[in-house]
Design a protein. Sequence first.
Length: 597
Amino acid sequence: MKYLDLIKSVQIEDGLNEILLDGIYPIADFDQAKFNKVEYFIDDELNMDSKYANRLMIDSKEMVDLNIYCGQGYIASKDDEMTNKFLRFQGWSGGDGIYSFNLTDGNDQFDQKQDMKTLFVFGDTFVGTSDLKTNQRFQPHLMPNNSLGYYQDQKIEFKVNFKDDGSVAGFYSMDPQYDNAGTVIQNIIRYDRKDENPGYVSGYYPKDLEIVFDLYKIRNITHIDFYNYFSNEEKYLAKRGLKEVEIHGSLNGETYTFIKKINLSQSEYLGNHETIEIHESHRFIKLIVPTKPGVGNHNDDTFTEGLFALNQVKFYNLDQQYRDLKVDASSTLLINPEHSWIWLQDGVIIGDHLYFIPMVINSDLNQPEGLQFCVKGVALFKTPIENKDINYEKATQKMAPLLVENEESQWLFGAAIMASTRKAGSKNPDGFIYIYGYKTTMGLREMVLARVLEENFEYFDDWTFFDGNDFQPDIFKSVGLLSHISCEMSVSPILDGLYKDKYLAVFTYDVNTKYVSYAIGESPWGPFSKPQKIYVTPEQEIYKSTTYTYNAKAHPHLSMSTDVLVSYNTNTYNFDHNMSNNLVYRPRFIRLKDTTK
């Protein structure tokens, strides 16, 4: 269907008329002189912002023959050929969280002519055998989380991580050093989370106690805020708090220089802190604590326990707080593995490495069936690309301070990445990588944006966040740019057609509804048009009470600017429904076609 093609011919009666269309179309202008009112609807919702509709309500003054023509914009249609490539009955048998990457040369732009090698990644995966006739999944059916697929010459080679003993695992998993709960040292750099921080507690009467911070780069440190130990359980436990502390600094982690000795006060309440001036540049900071009770801590004759504890430590350069840190301690009282898993989110190719910014996920049995998980944090995975394949066994990882929250909202980054670099094939590269996320307030998600120069992508304290006017270092000042977006999405520069030189955002309206939507931005940071619903997903009809669709996104390097390949995920809240029908849990594909081309 193209601009000014006939959509439908109807006879309008005198009075109120309802006109149903077979899809959502941009409606070309027509003479409304004989009508009292014309209203454009997407299903039952009045569309006030555009003339897209799959239903019109016309209040006519008289009987009229009306031809409805296609306007300028996008129309959506199924891509059954691509969808059917993901229907499998043995081994890999379904997944979601799908993202794609051009392993041939890293070019992530529309309108490519070559047949490149594409990597698909999946956040969760089913592995097992299904019945060819009934579509029933046979037990055992496993979910090893992330899996891969290599796509070239119109064929997909699905990859599941089968271990040497035949068991199944994800290709990516959390390093145990980042996957622990208890009184672990990582608690002292868990910033800006609403849940109560248990703080760090050493083992009993440790032989020595050293705490080492790695800022990943040499940074100017003007001051350090120490939040000494305090527990709401019993106030006298504050006597575990550190007292005498030596601070040392290092550029390389091997040779340290003495900075100063400090005496910290016993904390009187949660949030009580002391500011220690430093004004030196270091990559590593080491705290050395004497392990004699009453010297290294606030134990006394009334309470001698032999534990040394601290709630938080924050590093600053003037007003900028450093959040990108790693910390280790020589003694810890309690360490419990959390057994987290990861959802890969989007990524970017820089040089000969593929970077992911995955969410760290854990179980939450308090949530309803099908949603029994919670997001614990965000990480960074760096994977070498060798001969157009990724070598996941050589992947490295670190935590990423990209999930923060206050009393009103939560910010999470990594849902979409757009590289404006030569490597990514950008038309006008500015050297920045743009990282999109979402700010959630009272259940409403708004798109937010960060950016960083390509060479600094790994260093989160070099990231800046768009505050509505400019990019600055405070993540909490990130403002919403586009409402009703989903937890996975895409933003891509358009190189041809009606919206040439603008930016296309694709997402599911409000995360897990039946509406694939888009918006047009004037720049990577907008302003963006209001969300436009463009496609109604039909999969809810499989199991009307439990099936849902979610997290749509474009795949630009597999698309033309005027013919955009879009995926969305399909799932069911009911595990028995998933087991009885392997048609449900897999990606679906549609095309957004520019009506002017």
